[in-house]
Design a protein around this ligand. Sequence first.
Ligand SMILES: C[S@@+](CC[C@H](N)C(=O)[O-])C[C@H]1O[C@@H](n2cnc3c(N)ncnc32)[C@H](O)[C@@H]1O
Length: 427
Amino acid sequence: MESGFLQLPRKAAYKILLKDFKCREKESGPSLDFCHSSLDKAYVTELINGVRRWQKLLDYMIEKVSLRKKRFIKPDILIALRLGFYFLLFDVQMPDYAAVDESVSLLSDRKAKGFINAVLRKYIRSKENYKFPEGNTVKDIAVTYSHPEWFVACIVDAFGKGKALSVFETNNSIPPVWLRLNSLKIKRKEFEDRLREMDVEFERDGEFDFLYKASRIRDLLLSPLFKEGAFYVQDRTTVLPCAFLSRVNDSEVLDVCSAPGGKATLISQLGSNMVKVTCIDKTRKKTDLIRENVKRLGVRNIDVVECDFLKRCDKIGNKKFSRVLLDVPCSNTGVWRRRPDARWLFTIDRLNSIVRIQKEMLEKAFSFLSKDGILVYSTCSILDVENKDIVENFLCRNADARLISEKLTIQEKKGPDGGYFAAIKRS
Ligand SMILES: C[S@@+](CC[C@H](N)C(=O)[O-])C[C@H]1O[C@@H](n2cnc3c(N)ncnc32)[C@H](O)[C@@H]1O
């Protein structure tokens, strides 16, 4: 009975992971339309995200036990083994024999079934021979915490081993959910009452009274509360740059990399819809996302412009703004716990090219800032090369630019995401 009921979600997770493996270029959220209950959806998501997170450690175990390099293992077998080891190492509810049965049943080829069976049983028979690496080398840490070696080297170097390990642990944990109450649409009392009616536990933030840490999200996103625009899902760290940009009500804000509009709509909310915000993003799909959020949240005074900021933006012309927000595309290293596949898709080559784009964007964004205006540069990265190095380099080359505030937040378990902002004033 147990196996009949749960087998379908496991098979579904297997299929999604296999498809993932075969088309690596694109990171996409899994389609879970086939799931009939929210319990199934949650379980499939947990399996997929778990295997994605722990991929390097799972592959290490597979190679150690099977005595085969993973490049010599066919993708369908490799994915079934990843799931098998995930069940054995992380699914405390599942007995060992069921982990083997479930993994073997994912394939129909007899030889493949035999191989999976043999590898998993070999591990079960002598678990004590297959410990995680305990050494202090980058290679060992990268396996045990399942992160790319380049990232481990970089973070240990930047923050020291203790802090670095806490970053890796955080990246492997389930992230908390933050809701931003939309005061343009709902009063605090009604919002809290309706959360209580839905049995959502929540905790109000100590500094930003419109922010709530909530106990769950999936059904909230389907609720009337969401459709009515009562809240936006937004991590605490992303609120910090906005605080600088909404203090002056008569300012005009240019939001250069705007989609899906989380920061732009918060700036409008903090300025009670009095601030004029011009939002730019690159594609129609992205600008449509901004428009959708603007509509749902009841935000006014927003212009949405579709253009590649690094090329010509005719609709902006030579206009100057007293506030500019530049929330650049980045490595997302501060939010890897929310995108378990991102750590494997992002490469050093990509980092180098993205840093070039960030530098170019900052130069150009500053040219739209009026005298005495403030530009806020922000990322959801914790890497200095995308953060303070870019800003320091920019300040050295621009005598009329002065740093007035800067903050790096490092992600914490049950706490905020990682991210950075720097506020630069033009004299
Ligand atoms: C970090 S996201 C922005 C998140 C957004 N500020 C928010 O708070 O919801 C970066 C955005 O930059 C946009 N982008 C990247 N290159 C761009 C370009 N050359 N011109 C305009 N937008 C660009 C991407 O499409 C993406 O939506």
